[in-house]
Ligand binder design. Structure first.
Ligand SMILES: [Ca+2]
Length: 300
């Protein structure tokens, strides 16, 4: 099974979110519904066979690894997409875009960048993080206080949940959703109710790491884009410890504006690579993570 192939790998990255303020008094025209019955379809059962490395190899005193990206492939990306959520399932890219009046959930053909299907959001909604739970997509909103659930295939809206605070990044680890809000805290949420199950404070050593944005769950780690930077951090989900800091500045796209920063990380389990992009970037990069070359190691 794929999981067994993943155990040895590891390194990934996430993306950013945020933008302008929603209209005063914001949304919520539709009452939040409580999913009456069952959890999301296809929800994976609790994983009682966590990867051996997950619990065994986290040294609380070890400094975070220093990693960098190496590009192995590039794909076109819609340069108008203000990317806030990114994930890859069965070779298909799923993306959430932000900005009021331009927010959507979309299914994208990775090789060509073609948008295969898109579901636009209401004009007052600012789309944010995206995660897949079974056959359903969960999309956060920035300050609307609503999470939207869609059918993965048709992108039909199914239900929504209310929550308190901002929505930035979201990922699903097979058991729970992880939610970032731009702070140093990650929240664990029950996908069946969206209730908070617990929180983790993200620390690099003793230093809190803030501005955690787009997320990607990979085994027992969470990768997070650090907003307004070219950095992705790898976080041990159990402890919040930053186990790696990944420098993605080598991607260096031409940015149209100051908000058009790195934001979007999707893990490709088939070949253990990561897909990185940013807001209004015209490229999705397939990368691997490797140790930073020691300074002074350049030839001649
Ligand atoms: Ca992601």
């Amino acid at each position: 099974m794929l999981r067994s192939l993943l155990l040895s790998v590891l390194l990934a990255v996430p993306a950013l979110g945020c933008g302008s303020d929603p209209a005063p008094g914001a949304p919520a025209t539709t009452p939040a519904t409580t999913p009456a019955t069952t959890p999301a379809a296809g929800l994976a059962p609790a994983d009682t066979t966590a990867p051996a490395h997950a619990a065994a190899t986290i040294d609380p005193n070890a400094p975070a690894e220093r990693l960098q990206v190496r590009v192995v492939e590039q794909f076109p990306h819609d340069p108008t997409a203000f990317t806030q959520g990114l994930l890859l399932v069965d070779g298909v890219l799923y993306e959430s875009t932000g900005l009021e009046g331009a927010s959507s959930v979309r299914r994208v053909d990775l090789p060509t960048g073609a948008v295969l299907a898109a579901r636009p959001q209401a004009a007052d909604v600012f789309g944010e993080g995206l995660a897949m739970v079974g056959a359903e997509l969960y999309q956060l909103s920035w300050r609307n206080g609503l999470a939207f659930v869609y059918d993965r295939t048709t992108l039909e809206p199914l239900r929504q949940y209310r929550y308190t605070g901002e929505g930035w990044g979201l990922c699903f680890d097979g058991e729970v959703l992880w939610h970032s809000d731009g702070s140093t805290t990650l929240r664990r949420r029950d996908p069946a109710t969206f209730e908070v199950l617990g929180t983790v404070t993200v620390l690099d050593g003793t230093s809190p790491v803030a501005n955690l944005n787009e997320l990607e769950c990979v085994d027992r780690s969470i990768y997070a884009n650090v907003w307004l930077s070219n950095e992705v951090v790898r976080i041990d989900a159990a402890s919040g410890k930053v186990t790696a800091r990944i420098d993605a500045s080598a991607l260096a796209p031409r940015l149209a504006g100051p908000d058009d920063v790195l934001n979007g990380i999707a893990y490709d389990a088939d070949n253990e690579t990561y897909l990185l992009t940013g807001k209004r970037w015209d490229t999705v990069y397939r990368v691997v993570f490797e140790p930073v070359t020691p300074s002074g190691a350049t030839a001649d």
